[in-house]
Design a protein around this ligand. Structure first.
Ligand SMILES: C[S@@+](CC[C@H](N)C(=O)[O-])C[C@H]1O[C@@H](n2cnc3c(N)ncnc32)[C@H](O)[C@@H]1O
Ligand code: SF4
Length: 429
C-alpha cells in the first residue's frame, strides 16, 4: 500500500488493497449509496475483488423502482429515516462529482453514521477515471467542439481494435485494483467503432463498467452494444427539431437522432437492460423554449435529463481568455450561449483555487494507445511533446509514480477553475 501525498497540489491518492477494504467492512452487509455511474462501476470492482454487494440506496425513484444490477435498491428517503435498524450495514457513497459526493457523505453523517467506521466515499478507494478514445473519428463537426474547428482541426484517427483494448485494460487492472469504470470516448464518436460490442463484452468479462457519450446519429452498433451491456450513456443534444439542433450538432440529422432515441428505448426493453440513458441538453438562447419538449420526451422514454449552459468546449474558452482568435464556427457557438464568455471567466476566477475536477481523469488514452494530458482540452492532446511524455510515463513507470508525476505537472498546466465550473449541472424550472 502506498500513499501519494502531494500537499502542494492537495492531492492524497492512495492505492487500496483488498485487505484495506476488509478492515473497513468487517463482514457487514455492503450497500452502495448512489446507483449512478460511480456506484455501478464501484460495485463491479468490489465484486471482482471477492466482495458481495447486497444492494444500493438511491434518491431517484426511476432507479429505486427498477432495482439495479439485479439487486434491490432502497429509496434514500426510506433508508435514512429508519437508519437505527441498519447498524449492520457498511455504506460506500458513490458519486462522480465532488459536490454530489459531499452531499451523500453529509446525509450519512447527519444520519449519525461515522466516516470510515460506517461509511466511506468510494472516490477515496477508487479515485481514478480513465478514458479510452476507442474512435479517433467523428461523423459530425459540431461548431462548439474542436472537431468543428475551421482553423486547426483535430487530427483524424482510426478505430481501436478489441485486441489493443484488451492489452490496455490488462495494464489498467494490474495498476488500479479497484478500477471501477472506463469512459470509452474522448474526442471521437464511440458508436462508430465496429468493435464496440466486443470491447463492452471485454469490460463486462473483467468486471469493469463502461461509459459512453454519443451523438446518437449512427445506429449500426447500437443494438449489439445494448445487448452486450453497459450502465452509462450520455446523449448530447442541443435542440428539439431540425431548426436549432442541426446548427449546433453540425452535420447531424434530427430525424435520425429522434428515431435512434426510440430505437434505443426499444433495445433497452428488448434486452431488459438496466441502462437509464441521460440526455445532456446544451441550452442556448435559441433552443431554451424547446427544453419542455425534451423534458416530455425524457419522461416518456424514461431517460434522465441533465442541462448545461456551457456549449463551447474548453479549448475555445482558453483561447478567449488568452486573447487569441477563436475560429468562426466556435464564435457562432459562443454567440448562442446564454452565458457570455466574460461571465464564464468571472466564475472560473472564483473557482480557481479549488482542486481541478479532472485530475482524477487519468490516464486518457487515444485510439492509437498514446496518452493525452487532459480529457477536456485537446491542445497538447492531438500530438507533440505532451503526448510523447504522457505516453512514455504510462508505458514505463509504476502507477504510483505516474500518478505522483501527473499530480505535480498536470495540475500546474491545467487551468484550475475551468473544469469545476464546466462540470456543474444546471436547473431550469
Ligand atoms: C467530444 S464529445 C465525444 C463523444 C461524442 N461524440 C459526443 O458528442 O457525446 C464529448 C463531450 O462533448 C459534449 N458535447 C457533445 N456535443 C456537444 C455540443 N454540440 N456542444 C458542446 N458539447 C458537446 C458531450 O456531452 C461529451 O461530454
Ligand atoms: S461533440 Fe461529439 S459529436 Fe460533436 S463533433 Fe465533437 S466529437 Fe463529434
Amino acid at each position: 500500500m502506498e500513499t501519494i501525498n502531494n500537499t502542494q497540489s492537495r492531492l492524497n491518492l492512495r492505492i487500496f488493497t483488498v485487505k484495506d477494504i476488509e478492515a473497513f467492512v468487517k463482514n457487514r452487509r455492503i450497500l452502495i449509496y448512489g446507483a449512478g455511474r460511480k456506484g455501478i462501476g464501484f460495485c463491479r470492482s468490489l465484486e471482482r475483488n471477492g466482495f458481495k454487494v447486497y444492494g444500493f440506496i438511491d434518491k431517484s425513484p426511476l432507479i429505486a423502482e427498477k432495482g439495479i444490477m439485479q439487486k434491490p435498491c432502497f429509496s434514500a428517503a426510506d433508508y435514512f429515516s429508519n437508519i437505527h435498524k441498519k447498524e449492520n450495514d457498511y455504506i460506500f457513497t458513490a458519486a462522480v462529482t465532488h459536490r454530489s459526493s459531499k452531499e451523500l457523505n453529509n446525509i450519512c453523517h447527519e444520519a449519525g453514521l461515522e466516516n470510515e467506521h460506517d461509511f466511506i466515499d468510494a472516490n477515496i478507494i477508487s479515485p481514478l477515471y480513465p478514458s479510452v478514445d476507442i474512435s479517433g473519428v467523428c461523423n459530425l463537426k459540431c461548431i462548439a467542439c474542436p472537431r468543428g474547428d475551421t482553423l486547426h482541426s483535430l487530427h483524424k484517427g482510426g478505430f481501436m481494435s478489441a485486441a489493443v483494448y484488451q492489452k490496455i485494460l490488462n495494464k489498467l487492472l494490474q495498476e488500479i485494483p479497484f478500477l471501477s469504470s472506463i469512459e470509452l470516448f474522448i474526442w471521437g464518436e464511440p458508436l462508430l467503432n465496429p468493435h464496440l460490442p466486443e470491447i463492452l463484452e471485454i469490460n463486462n468479462k473483467f468486471g469493469v463498467d463502461s461509459s459512453l457519450s454519443t451523438n446518437l446519429n449512427y445506429s449500426k452498433n447500437l443494438e449489439a452494444s445494448v445487448k452486450a451491456g453497459f450502465s452509462n450513456m450520455l446523449i448530447a443534444c442541443s435542440g428539439y427539431g431540425k431548426e436549432n439542433y442541426e446548427v449546433t450538432h453540425t452535420g447531424a440529422d434530427w430525424n435520425v437522432f429522434y428515431n435512434n432515441l426510440l430505437l434505443l428505448s426499444e433495445y433497452i426493453k428488448k434486452y431488459n437492460s438496466p441502462l437509464v440513458p441521460v440526455i445532456f441538453y446544451f441550452v442556448t438562447k435559441k433552443n431554451i423554449a424547446e427544453y419542455k419538449d425534451i423534458y416530455e420526451l425524457c419522461k416518456k422514454l424514461k431517460f434522465r435529463l441533465f442541462i448545461s449552459p456551457y456549449l463551447l468546449f474548453a479549448d475555445y474558452i482558453l483561447d478567449y481568455a488568452e486573447g487569441n482568435e477563436i475560429c468562426p464556427a466556435a464564435k457562432k457557438a459562443s454567440d448562442l450561449m446564454l452565458v457570455h464568455p466574460n461571465k464564464w471567466l468571472e466564475l472560473m476566477r472564483k473557482e480557481q483555487n479549488k482542486r481541478c475536477f479532472n485530475y482524477r481523469a487519468f490516464p486518457n488514452i487515444g485510439w492509437d494507445g498514446a496518452v493525452y494530458a487532459c480529457c477536456n482540452i485537446s491542445r497538447g492532446g492531438g500530438g507533440g511533446l505532451h503526448r510523447t511524455i504522457w505516453t512514455y510515463l504510462w508505458m514505463n513507470l509504476l502507477s504510483a509514480e505516474i500518478i505522483r508525476l501527473y499530480a505535480r505537472i498536470v495540475l500546474n498546466i491545467l487551468y484550475t477553475g475551468m473544469n469545476t465550473v464546466y462540470s456543474r449541472n444546471m436547473r431550469l424550472s
